[in-house]
Ligand binder design. Structure first.
Ligand code: ACO
Length: 175
């Protein structure tokens, strides 16, 4: 029997040791440039970030998401006002998910996503997972739709410095 790909891949939490690899991966995978506060944030409580390592030493994929007040993705001010009393409803916002091109269609993205959904589902306050995808990113849209996400709406001019600037808002409901 051949070796299954996931026997070759280890999923590690992001920490100070592999943060440089996460930066490298993000610079290749995404048109958006992430800055220092983004990377420092990955180590804070309420955030979930992993890297996929192929064959012990090749960093091939990464995911990062954070918990925030339910509705923050569409109305940050209103969502922040409603919350803060400790009994709040939450959503998990997926900031990044990517796998290097030669390692795609092997199930690594699916595995990273499954870990993030598990992270979300462990907290009964979390109602959904949400994310933005650039409107011409057909691969990602097919991937997310295949995994139970639905498109909520288009957000015009969501991105500042990339073309097209428009995004779809996608949602995966937990309750
Ligand atoms: N076309 C059609 N279906 C697809 C595609 C595709 N390009 N990619 C994945 N799928 C579906 C398939 O059903 C696939 O199963 P199959 O290969 O058995 O048919 C299933 O999803 C699982 O695919 P994986 O192999 O687990 O996905 P992969 O490891 O290739 O990662 C990802 C998918 C993350 C979207 C990858 O294409 C990628 O890194 N793209 C570039 C970065 C990116 O655009 N990330 C998303 C931006 S949005 C954000 O980060 C929040």
């Amino acid at each position: 029997m051949g070796t299954r790909i996931n026997d070759m891949v280890e999923y590690q939490p992001v920490d100070g040791n592999n943060m440089g690899k996460v930066r490298q991966l993000n610079s290749v995978l995404f048109p958006v440039r992430y800055s220092g506060p983004f990377y420092r944030g990955l180590l804070l409580p309420g955030q979930f970030a992993q890297v996929a390592v192929y064959g012990n030493s090749t960093y091939v994929g990464t995911i990062a998401c954070r918990k925030q007040a339910l509705g923050f993705v569409t109305e940050p001010l209103a969502a922040s006002r409603c919350n803060g009393n400790g009994s709040e409803m939450l959503e998990v916002y997926m900031m990044t998910l990517g796998v290097l091109a030669p390692y795609r269609r092997l199930g690594i993205g699916r595995q990273l996503l499954a870990h993030a959904i598990e992270f979300a589902a462990q907290d009964p306050k979390v109602h959904r997972v949400v994310l933005h995808v650039q409107i011409d990113n057909d691969d990602a849209l097919r991937f997310y739709h295949k995994h139970g996400f639905s498109t909520q709406r288009m957000v015009e001019r969501y991105y500042k410095n990339i073309d097209p600037p428009h995004a779809y808002l996608l949602e995966y409901r937990l309750k």
